[in-house]
Design a protein around this ligand. Structure first.
Ligand code: GUN
Ligand code: FE
Length: 441
């Protein structure tokens, strides 16, 4: 297959806090799915590029009422929890894990059960525009590798982690690694096998995944960090998610989660910390210095966090941050929804809620805008993962390109377009109708 081109009206957010709109942009994509050119109609090469692709019948024109957006990035989601999405949110985190979640996750040791759930979940996320997802799978290697192969088959960019959890006092006996050594050798085999699924073509990545501090021994965290440096892979875990989770680490180690992950070598440029509600100033500095990222999961936070994530401060401090659905702690699979939730969450934080306190009810100047939320859902997510996704940018070095790895992904991205008709898109972003768009490219 040779290069293809698309003429489309497109939106994207190459800079946080603003977005670009190009009417009738011409985007050229090579046969590996990399964007090679994004030209606006006033570019001197525009007419030639369009004509060239018209002649070779490799041009697709989107309808005038359709819009091209970058695929959405879900930085934190639990694939095996899909069957309980929207259920069981009556309990706090510790009880929710033990009563609902561990029993459900343990069922995936049966591959036929996994085969009933994972393809449908991946289809659902793609249908909601999520073209890149960072997944927690389960403790069992075979179904976790199967999830990675489903993503490969369906053309979704996926970072998949087999969960590591070996602290016997905190895990049920039916859902725990047999030993720390076994956990480490299984994690290593998982990395090798997932690397083979994609032959490092940039679509499927293995992720080192200690579930969170309570279910990990220190020896596990230290052993996993050796794998991270050996294989240079991503890391994902939960950090400081609720009062209980934060206190557990402080009482056990007299440290914060961020301090413990950093000291054990798990905090890198390719680490994604889910939640991170209760960060100290020094935690934030550490995260910034290392370049690690945060998956903000606003809907899940409303059930489990006991407080609001300081998103405004994270954005202003230039931390790497994006959005996660956190299925099924968050009951919805949509990153569009997460973007709206992030805005609402910040507005409630700013305004406060207590009807009896009239002054100092909320935290002043902590709102985030819809445009910022769109950036978080796309380019912010890509930056957090250190992957060239979430923005339309040609770059011959390829590091900043938005990648369409297969025609399948391109197809789903284009589905996104039809979600956003001109009026509804303008309304949802609160864009005044007379706004003049900044041109790009
Ligand atoms: N903390 C540890 N495990 C989990 C999980 O599965 N979901 C959420 N939301 N938090 C966790
Ligand atoms: Fe989670």
């Amino acid at each position: 297959m040779s290069n293809q081109a698309f003429v489309a009206n497109l939106y994207h957010a190459p800079e946080k806090g603003s977005f670009d709109y190009i009417e009738q942009a011409c985007i050229e994509v090579d046969d590996l799915g990399m964007i090679t050119q994004v030209l606006s109609p006033d570019h001197p090469n525009y007419a030639t590029l369009v004509e060239q692709h018209e002649n070779t019948r490799s041009l697709t024109r989107l309808a005038d009422h359709q819009y091209l957006l970058p695929g959405l990035v879900d930085l934190h989601t639990h694939a095996p929890q899909w069957p309980q999405a929207g259920k069981g949110l009556d309990l706090p985190l510790h009880d929710w894990l033990n009563q609902y979640t561990f029993p459900l996750e343990s069922r995936y040791s049966d591959l036929t059960f996994a085969a009933r759930i994972y393809p449908e979940l991946v289809d659902t996320l793609l249908a909601h525009g999520t073209t890149t997802a960072m997944y927690f799978a389960t403790i069992d290697s075979a179904p976790s590798e199967y999830l990675a192969s489903v993503c490969k088959e369906k053309g979704q960019r996926a970072l998949v982690g087999k969960i590591s959890m070996d602290e016997k006092s905190m895990c049920p006996d039916y859902y725990v690694e047999s030993s720390t050594q076994q956990a480490l050798s299984d994690a290593e085999a998982f990395i090798q096998n997932v690397n083979e699924i994609d032959a490092k073509q940039g679509l499927i990545y293995p992720v080192v995944t200690p579930r969170f501090v309570p279910t990990s021994t220190k020896a596990l965290l230290e052993g996993l960090s050796k794998l991270v440096s050996q294989y240079q892979c991503h890391v994902q875990t939960h950090a400081s998610e609720s009062d209980w989770a934060r206190d557990f680490t402080e009482q056990t180690y007299q440290k914060t989660d961020v301090e413990l992950y950093n000291e054990t070598g798990l905090l890198t440029r390719k680490t994604v910390l889910a939640h991170s509600i209760f960060l100290s100033e020094s935690d934030k500095e550490t995260i910034k210095t290392v370049g690690a990222g945060i998956a903000h999961c606003p809907l899940s936070n409303m059930y489990f966090a006991d407080a609001a994530f300081p998103l405004r401060e994270a954005i202003d401090k230039d931390l790497h941050v994006g959005l996660g659905s956190d299925l099924s702690g968050g009951p919805l699979p949509s990153i569009f929804h997460a973007a709206l939730d992030a805005v609402s969450h910040s507005r409630v934080r700013e305004a406060g809620t207590n009807t009896h306190i009239m002054e100092q009810r909320g935290e002043a100047s902590t709102r985030v805008s819809f445009v910022e939320a769109f950036w978080l859902a796309t380019h912010g997510g890509g930056l957090t993962l250190d992957l060239p996704v979430g923005v339309f940018k040609p770059d011959t070095t390829s590091t900043h390109l938005w990648l369409i790895a297969t025609p399948m992904v391109a197809k789903f991205v284009f589905m996104m377009i039809s979600i956003a008709s001109k009026t509804s898109w303008r309304k949802s972003l609160c864009i005044p109708p007379n706004l003049r768009f900044r041109q790009f490219g």
